[in-house]
Design a protein around this ligand. Sequence first.
Ligand code: FDA
Length: 279
Amino acid sequence: MGILINFVKQWIAGENLEEAIERSKKLNEKGIGVILNFLGEELKDKKSVEETVEEYFRMIDLLKKENINGYLSVKLTQLGLNIDEKYCFENLKKIAWKCFKNSKMLWIDMESSDYTQKTIDIYLKIFRLYKNVGLCIQSYLKRSENDVKRLLKKRGIIRLVKGAYKESEKVVFKKKEEINKNFLKIMKILFKRSKNYFAIATHDEKLIKEAIKLSKKYKKNFEFEMLFGVRERLKPLILKQGFKLKVYVPYGKDWIPYVLRRIREKPSYLIFAFKSIFI
Ligand code: FDA
């Protein structure tokens, strides 16, 4: 079991905020910014949602107090999207307001395709009020190119990722080549058309190289983003070339869905996880 915990800990900064802040300080010392996420999703009761909102408030205060170069990332289903959309929006608004007051950026993660439209609608609504909020868009979704074009018309802030949920081929590209091709296509749109800041969030070296090429042609305000514990040797190479890099740092006790998504990205880990439980 001890091996299993170490296995999980490669992707998780700890079980509580204080541990995540300590990890964040270490990353900041290396010149890497952080994006903190309190783990938890698909919450069904208001008590857990309210505790989550409180945790994000505490996070903003601590980021400020400890002078951390870092932002926040939230999932709408941890703010009550499954309970009531208006309630979720009010919770998001409270966090966005506190971020705004403390000059912090707030990202909204993109969850499964069941929530895509609602998440975009809520994003556009919050972005009318607070310009410090960004939204994650997944290149595996067939609809994403249109979504990005629409969001860019409103000067939206976009983080581009490949997408991590199990989805049907009705809504997503299934083949890696197709997902990568769409990532490149959307990335080009971002470099050409975005009038705002954006993020290229991938560990895929080919796509990172393409982004670097595009950045020489179009002088845009963008950053690279990667996950805590993934492709550690690639991170200093990006910094060395003078690019901004942020690392997504999740923490908390509710780590199972997040870790399962990481295992799915690297199936060889399955054997390791299996061995650490049963051998
Ligand atoms: P790809 O999976 O092709 O991997 C590229 C290279 O990195 C490969 O060599 C691969 O082996 C290695 N690699 C990838 N994952 C690894 C792992 N877990 N361990 C070790 N090596 C690994 N998704 C989503 O649906 N909604 C969201 O809101 C977000 N948010 C988000 C924020 C940030 C900052 C990042 C970096 C990523 C996300 N994601 C996400 C996750 C994203 O959709 C995607 O699943 C992962 O980033 C992995 O895809 P890559 O682009 O790295 O490519």
